[in-house]
Write a protein that binds this ligand. Structure first.
Ligand code: FAD
Length: 569
């Protein structure tokens, strides 16, 4: 009791801090400084990707591939991935005649319709649009499904180039001797890159020079093409760069370096093209230099922290007990952005949403308009076996919760920097509040099981995260813990559910401490810190779980006027 009173005394004056309406988070990308990346907005999306072509022609992408990253500026993994994507853009700058990179921030509500059109349900989602993709109709192209690393995306793009056969010159020459390879080639000279099967360097070289060598055709071959290798008659490895002419001359280029890189190939091909132009008294082509040197900047690998970076000046801000404003905005964002991105909802998705809505209805004392909307939604989901996200949004609106236009306001989850905290912070708070309200309601009930399929509070949270939480890394990490728990036991008491979630959240805090995504004023720490709960640890620093439970009950209790808090008045 003394502990409860201590927490309340500490807390109450602070819960009335004015909520702040979230400013649009700063984009993770900058159109001016991030060379090689088109930063798309609702206004520029169609104009950039699908410019109107010939008069009267339907808008479509041009003769090039677009690689579009749909990201979310509050998602930690997207924040950590941004330097990698910028480095990829730098690395692929020379390919822009044939392939371009773009980004779209799906955290912005006016971007949601476009993100939804591309079925973006987890972040980041990277999507290829092949050449001449029409703007209208169902989305075309395919998602990139490889690792979120620079090497992964680089090879993924080159695989896609090969698969789509665009540009055709990137495909390996068909089996056959040298003579047969001139069919359809208008130039009389050719730069030929020969490499082992499975190598990607030749595709990179072709993409980098194609269209910029008027005197030279550029092709690529692999050394499995035995007839071609035999006709090169090199007397040594055929792998490397060859200059050949239709009249039968062939010369293997001797690089000055032992292990030539793409830029060495490019320089040699451009030099040969210029030499051929000069031999015919033609001017050399003016080419825009590509800043290859910049491509060496390595990003922080995904999943690591910036612990080696100089320590940030942390000025720890006070952590305040629950404020209904944060829960209300979590709900608004959850429905308007996360649920809304799933056009059709049926089967296990519907069951998960129904269970979670039931928990909200049973456990959270939302003010009446929100409460009515949640209750009505619960009833509707109960009596249907499929629905559309748009119907859910309309139903909520008709019952007083207009999630598409309600302001997103953060109180305790307001970051000290725009784009930090906000939704993921409020979602944690919503989950903790649910487990604690479940505990308050069921602590005398020996039958209560937080993992029960139809009614368990953790089962509801697992369903929501597993099926609707769009931060892919957060979801995967959390569901790994959830699955480990479910494989150990089928029954969990309300008390242990509260403590399980508290422990898992502390595991995330530990992993993210010092990470680039951290808000400078809210360092990730083991919660509750001793300043908030001196009695929560024993003399050896070990947690005293009974004390932690009592502390969490006070911290996540709803005090005062929930309605006034939720509306920020
Ligand atoms: C389910 C889930 C999984 C996530 N997984 C990842 C991930 O894998 N990688 C990633 O980069 N980001 C992840 N995130 C986001 C990340 O955990 C933070 O939410 C985000 O970085 C914002 O941090 P914050 O400083 O606002 O504090 P948060 O960690 O969001 O905490 C919000 C508030 O909850 C309280 N709190 C803190 N710890 C506890 C605790 N142990 N028990 C009870 N209350 C506590 C404090 O008052 C704190 O201010 C996840 C978010 C969620 C909701």
């Amino acid at each position: 009791m003394a502990l409860l009173l201590a927490v309340l005394c500490l807390a109450l004056p602070l819960t009335h801090a004015a909520p702040v309406v979230d400013q649009p988070p700063p984009s993770l990308y900058n159109q001016t400084t991030d060379v090689g990346i088109a930063v798309l907005t609702a206004a520029s999306f169609n104009q950039t990707l699908f410019p109107p072509d010939a008069e009267g022609a339907a808008p479509a992408t041009g003769p090039l591939i677009w690689f579009v990253q749909f990201y979310n500026s509050w998602c930690g993994h997207c924040q950590r991935f941004a330097p990698t994507f910028k480095s990829l853009a730098n690395h692929t700058l020379a390919w822009t005649r044939h392939l371009r990179l773009a980004v779209m921030d799906c955290a912005l509500r006016d971007h949601a319709p476009l993100c939804n059109h591309y079925n973006v349900q987890s972040f980041p989602t990277m999507h290829f649009l092949p050449p001449h993709t029409p703007r209208d109709g169902p989305p075309r192209g395919e998602a990139y499904v490889g690792p979120h690393t620079e090497a992964g995306t680089y090879h993924g793009i080159l695989d896609y180039v090969e698969k789509t056969g665009f540009p055709a010159e990137c495909a390996a020459l068909p089996p056959g001797a040298l003579d047969a390879q001139w069919e359809g080639v208008k130039e009389t000279q050719m730069a030929l890159v020969v490499e082992a099967a499975g190598e990607d360097q030749g595709k990179d070289v072709v993409l980098s020079v194609l269209g910029q060598t008027p005197q030279l055709a550029v092709r690529r071959a692999t050394s499995v093409n035995a007839a071609l290798v035999a006709s090169l008659d090199s007397g040594q490895s055929a792998n490397g760069l060859w200059f050949i002419s239709k009249s039968g001359e062939k010369k293997k280029h001797q690089f000055a370096v032992k292990d030539p890189k793409v830029h060495d190939y490019v320089a040699a091909i451009f030099a040969e093209d210029d030499r051929l132009a000069a031999s015919q008294n033609l001017p050399a082509l003016a080419r825009t230099p590509v800043p290859y040197a910049q491509a060496t900047a390595r990003p922080t690998p995904a999943g690591t922290t910036s612990k080696d970076a100089p320590a940030k000046p942390h000025i720890a801000a006070p952590l305040r007990p629950l404020n209904m404003t944060d829960l209300h905005s979590a709900l608004v964002y959850l429905f308007s952005m996360e649920i809304n991105s799933h056009s059709h909802i049926a089967g296990a998705d519907l069951a998960a949403l129904h269970l979670f809505t039931g928990l909200l209805d049973d456990l959270i004392p939302f003010p009446s308009p929100v409460y009515n909307a949640v209750q009505k939604l619960r009833q509707t989901l109960q009596s249907t076996d499929q629905t559309e996200a748009a119907s859910i949004i309309n139903l909520l609106k008709e019952t007083g919760l207009d999630v598409e236009h309600a302001p997103l306001q953060w109180a305790n989850c307001q970051g000290s920097q725009s784009g930090k905290r906000g939704y993921p912070c409020a979602l944690w708070q919503l989950f903790h509040t649910l487990t604690l309200r479940y505990y308050e309601k069921n602590r005398e009930n020996a039958e209560a099981n937080a993992l029960a399929k139809e009614s368990g509070v953790l089962r509801g949270i697992f369903g929501l995260v597993g099926r609707f939480f769009s931060c892919s890394e957060c979801r995967d990490n959390f569901m790994r813990e959830a699955n480990a728990l479910s494989s150990q036991t089928e029954v969990l008491s309300p008390r242990n559910a509260v403590l399980w979630l508290w422990r898992v959240h502390n595991g995330v805090n530990k992993r993210l401490a010092g990470d680039v995504t951290e808000d400078d004023n809210y360092p990730k720490q083991q919660f509750p810190p001793a300043t908030l709960c001196p009695g929560c640890r024993d003399a050896d620093g070990q947690w005293r779980e009974d004390e932690v439970l009592q502390f969490l009950r006070a911290f996540y209790a709803v005090h005062g006027n929930a309605e006034a808090q939720a509306t920020g008045s």
